[in-house]
Design a protein around this ligand. Structure first.
Ligand code: ATP
Ligand code: MG
Length: 553
């Protein structure tokens, strides 16, 4: 298991670390955590933070972390989501071993717990409608009103609750409520509903149940059943903690789990909520849950991110109770740092125009030997064909260049990476005045690898041999959303989030396998698409550009 979280936990006296030490004393290996996803969508980068934290803490102290599907709400859950969640957690590098649990498998025990509360006089069946309950709830400054059904006898409550379970009542006709305190300053303690009637088919338990426990009742029970010591969750549950503790205390569990909150991860210019992502997928505004523009784990996997880079990102951002927005540039920094030392550097022309070397022999092709990485010699070398006609980037030629343009323009000499110096002599144009090809001459004495010091050039450009070039679709991405104050959630889809280039790649890439990564010189890191790439129809996605706007401290 990857020991994530080590550095920032050890070095910053992270508050979670302190709480755990305080609670467990010498025997830190007693720690038991859980990751409790609701199977109603695919996991996103925010969940990765929670996964790294829960599995990471347990691993660090030699304890255990459970995977528990929190499937107590039958409405939106499915086995597709269950499977994708397991795949994503494994991909991130974590292992729940034999500790896979489903909250729905506890429905019988939860029902028994509710019965126990009724017997203790701590829960009652209420006939108020949702609207009546809302009205009787009071406000932050005024107490609520007690339900007229609050003082039903234990016998009557037991009978009604059993009949709720047996399907005698319509959805919403009755609820089971905890009997706590309608005057509590904490609204969550004002006789909260703990069971509701819902005639729905559950993805695991089928039609066995028509009553379902509410999250605030179910979650502490699940934790207690599994012997969880620390139930780590996000800040919005802070106000629910008194209810969590109430449930655990009223039911006399041997190990009383403790809820500890931390701040959610937010990323700049990114929308993470499962509801939003689900809408994008269902309305086909993106290419499935694994669209490389999405911040789902399956999306960033297809985009080309490595599990190592996600784990190091989660380490780097640390854990706190203060809400903040992390700059997406920091995530990009982590993937660049991970890929830089181990990814071969190759040449690809994304917006091609022909370069014709007029003084190079017409039927000649020479094989040039080029290193695969400027520093990592273990990545070896490769042969790159060179001949009279090449492709270069359209933007590497300018008829009327701005100042300090050190690429191709009339009379200017540049280095073709790994090959020769060439001097621009002119260009061809079509009837509309668009440049269709660039002409140049080469100097045979400047061949790469020769000890050539007579003159220097300021620019080096990449190229691809025209006759052997591999055509490819190359996907370039921008943020999927841009801020839009007029939109309901503050975001609008960015119409430029995907740009598809008809590119040419050097022949070395002909045998690239799906998910293989390369640096395309001057363009960034790319991956062969896991869905659409084939040997005959190459498709590459840009993982990240080379431009870095984040500086680690
Ligand atoms: P979303 O708000 O995206 O729909 P959720 O909280 O409803 O997510 P769950 O499946 O309930 O999704 O989440 C599983 C675990 O992941 C929970 O413990 C939750 O607190 C945690 N989690 C969800 N989003 C984030 C986030 N942005 N940062 C850190 N942890 C998160
Ligand atoms: Mg949730």
């Amino acid at each position: 298991m990857a020991a994530t979280g080590e550095n920032n936990l050890e070095n910053t006296g992270n508050f979670l670390h302190n709480i755990i030490k305080q609670d467990l004393g010498e025997d830190l290996s007693r720690i038991k955590t859980r990751f409790p996803p609701e199977p109603n969508g695919y996991l996103h980068i925010g969940h990765a933070k929670s996964i790294c934290l829960n599995f990471g803490l347990a691993a660090q102290y030699g304890g255990k972390c459970n995977l528990r599907f929190d499937d107590t709400n039958p409405a939106k859950e499915s086995t597709e989501f269950v499977n994708s969640i397991m795949e994503d957690i494994k991909w991130l590098g974590f292992d729940w071993e034999d500790r896979l649990y489903f909250a729905s498998s506890y429905f019988d025990r939860m029902y028994d717990c509710a019965v126990e509360l009724i017997k203790k006089g701590k829960a009652f069946v209420c006939d108020m409608s949702a609207e009546q309950m809302r009205q009787a709830r009071g406000t932050l400054v005024t107490p609520g009103e007690e339900s007229p059904w609050r003082n039903r006898s234990v016998e009557e409550n037991l009978d009604l609750f059993a009949r709720m379970k047996n399907g005698e009542f319509e959805d919403g006709a009755k609820t089971l409520r905890a009997k706590i305190d309608m005057a509590s300053p904490n609204m969550n303690m004002r006789d909260p509903v703990i069971y509701r009637i819902a005639h729905m088919t559950h993805h695991a338990s089928g039609d066995k149940w028509c009553i379902y426990p509410m999250y605030d009742f179910a979650h502490p029970l699940e934790d207690a059943f599994e012997g969880i010591t620390h139930s780590i969750c996000t800040m919005e549950f802070e106000d629910h903690r008194p209810l969590y503790d109430w449930v655990v205390n009223e039911l006399d569990f041997e190990v009383k789990p403790r809820q500890v909150e931390f701040a959610k991860l937010n990323l700049s210019d990114t929308v993470m909520g499962k509801r939003y992502l689900r809408n994008l997928v269902e309305t086909e505004q993106v290419d499935g849950w694994d669209d490389p523009r999405l911040i789902t784990l399956s999306g960033i996997r297809r985009r080309g991110y490595t599990p190592e880079s996600i784990r190091s990102f989660c380490d780097m951002i640390g854990v706190s109770k203060a809400n903040s927005v992390v700059d997406t540039a920091q995530l990009e920094y982590c993937i660049r740092e991970d890929l830089k030392p181990k990814t071969p550097v190759v040449m690809a022309v994304l917006d091609p125009i022909k370069l014709i070397i007029d003084n190079y022999p017409e039927n000649k092709t020479e094989m040039l030997t080029v290193e695969n990485h400027p520093e990592n010699e273990a990545l070896g070398r490769r042969e790159v064909p060179f001949s009279r006609e090449l492709y270069i980037e359209r933007s590497d030629f300018e008829e009327n260049p701005p100042k300090k343009f050190f690429r191709l323009t009339y009379g200017m000499e540049v280095r073709l990476k790994g090959a020769y110096f060439v001097t621009c002599t002119g260009c061809d144009k079509d009837g509309d005045g668009n440049v269709t090809a660039v002409h140049c001459t080469y100097d045979p004495a400047t061949k790469s690898g020769l000890d050539f010091t007579a003159r220097k050039v300021k620019g080096t450009i990449h190229w691809v041999n025209a006759a052997t070039a591999v055509p490819a679709k190359v996907n370039l991405y921008e943020n999927l959303v841009t801020a839009d104050e007029t939109a309901e959630n503050g975001y609008a889809l960015n119409p430029d989030s995907l740009k598809v280039m008809d590119a040419y790649l050097e022949p070395f890439l002909k045998d690239a396998e799906r998910m293989q990564r390369f640096q395309f010189m001057r363009h960034g890191y790319f991956i062969a698409d896991s869905k659409h790439h084939t040997k005959d129809n190459a498709v590459f996605n840009r993982i990240v550009s080379l431009k870095n706007s984040f500086k680690p401290q």
